[in-house]
Design a protein around this ligand. Structure first.
Ligand SMILES: [Zn+2]
Length: 439
């Protein structure tokens, strides 16, 4: 029997932040894993935004297969905006109760494609016990009702399932997660649950998701002291897990480890509204934007084509490149000229562009922001003066990956799920797009 496995996902950690933390001695937990494992960089998906990335990690598939297109998108069948939490103002602008239902229930129960298989589903179908702590892509085979009174909709998660205290497969005594995000209460909740699970050795596979670092890096920028302090807190949550096995060495005797982030972050100086260049087309298009990615959706009966939409962004300083499909080919428009996406210098750009455009929930035109720029969300919020992500540029797209005791190399975040299945000797379903398979 192979070692059990823990997948640690640190939201928004760049390779540079990881390397600084390990080399400075400020993150002894990360340093221990790096010292005992293999370190490399991998690429994220496009848009490099958390719901898209975490779903890609958990399903081993890009957005073209799993169908989660962005943090905010236009639901063509229901003719409404879906907003997963760009900011509180954006949630309110999209309708607070609908947005919470979309984020907590619909993302997994409705929006995530039935044709995609999660790593939890694949492992539990093979008779193993899977667990998930706080990760937004959690779909499994077990039915859960919310722990809060007044909520009656069920979701489906793995056998060990903990979601911000809202869904809990077991009573662990962990403090409620959302008391004070700024003070790190969410990762403290994850750590308390993680301690409970490792102490009991209560799983074969566990996803342990930590979001505090990304939050701090948005506010202060990815290169500042505040972000480094936040990574120390993240490291403490990782050390809690290691210590729960009796110490780091004992932890690695019991578990193989995959540690990575979902996307990077880059500094943001200015913000723009992507709606502006399309202001006279309100009856023909819907524009959605958040962080460093945006989409333009053509409405039924629109008299304008996606090529004209792309041309409207010529000279708009917040936009680096737009992507669209023409006759099945991906067309990238940049600096006023069309060209093939693979000519762009961005990491793994051809596959990322094609997968994003293959998503039936994506807009006809996808927008990747220029370095230093952010696209304001539905509530007008942005992180100018701090950090953000979502685009195709290298800083948003590369993630650090440490593997301990894993036989497979991870080059894209979509390689994680099939690599974990291979570790347990479980065949990867067709929906998983392992690099080895698609080339
Ligand atoms: Zn983020």
């Amino acid at each position: 029997m192979p070692r059990k496995l823990v997948l640690v996902v640190v939201d928004g950690m760049t390779p540079a932040a990881f390397e600084r933390a390990v080399e400075s001695g400020r993150a002894p937990g990360l340093a221990f894993l790096a010292e005992h494992g293999d370190y490399r960089k991998a690429t994220s998906v496009f848009p490099s935004l958390t719901p898209v990335c975490l779903t890609s990690i958990a399903t081993g598939a890009g957005p073209g297969v799993h169908h989660i297109p962005s943090l905010v998108w236009w639901h063509r069948q229901e003719r409404r905006i879906v907003e997963y939490g760009s900011s509180f103002a954006a949630l309110r602008a999209a309708g607070l109760s609908q947005s919470l239902v979309d984020t907590i229930f619909n993302m997994n129960e409705r929006h995530l494609s039935k044709a995609a298989t999660t790593v939890y589903e694949a492992l539990e179908d093979a008779g193993l016990v899977a667990g998930a702590v706080n990760i937004t892509c959690y779909r499994g085979r077990h039915r859960y009702l919310p722990a809060l009174p007044g909520l009656h909709r069920a979701v489906h998660g793995p056998r060990r399932f903990f979601f911000y205290g809202l869904f809990e497969s077991d009573r662990t005594g962990a403090p409620f997660a959302v008391r004070s995000r700024r003070a790190g209460s969410i990762d403290a909740y994850a750590a308390a649950v993680g301690r409970w699970l490792v102490t009991r050795d209560g799983f074969d596979f566990l996803t342990y998701y930590l979001s505090g670092y990304d939050f701090a890096s948005h506010a202060a920028g990815p290169h500042g002291e505040a972000a480094e302090r936040a990574l120390e807190q993240t490291d403490a949550a990782i050390r809690t897990l290691l210590d729960s096995a009796g110490g780091p060495d004992q932890f690695l005797e019991r578990y193989a480890v995959v540690l990575l982030s979902d996307h990077g972050q880059t500094p943001v100086r200015e913000a723009a509204r992507l709606q502006e260049p399309f202001a006279d087309l309100v009856e023909q298009v819907v524009v959605t934007a958040s962080n460093r990615a945006g989409q333009v959706y053509l409405q039924p009966g629109a008299r304008i084509e996606s090529a004209e939409l792309a041309e409207r962004l010529d000279g708009f300083p917040a936009v680096d490149v737009s992507l669209r499909l023409e006759g099945g080919d991906v067309v990238a428009r940049r600096e006023g000229a069309d060209g093939p996406a693979e000519k762009l210098e961005h990491p793994d750009v051809a596959w990322r562009a094609r997968s994003a455009l293959a998503n039936p929930n994506a807009g006809e035109l996808l927008v990747s922001a220029a370095e230093g720029w952010e696209l304001a969300d539905l509530g007008g919020r942005h992180h100018a003066g701090g950090g953000s992500h979502g685009s195709l540029v290298a800083g948003d797209s590369y993630v650090p990956v440490v593997t301990v005791g894993l036989g497979t190399e991870i080059r894209r975040i979509t390689d994680v799920a099939p690599a974990i299945l291979a570790h347990f000797g479980v065949a990867a379903p067709e929906s998983m797009e392992a690099l080895a398979r698609v080339g």
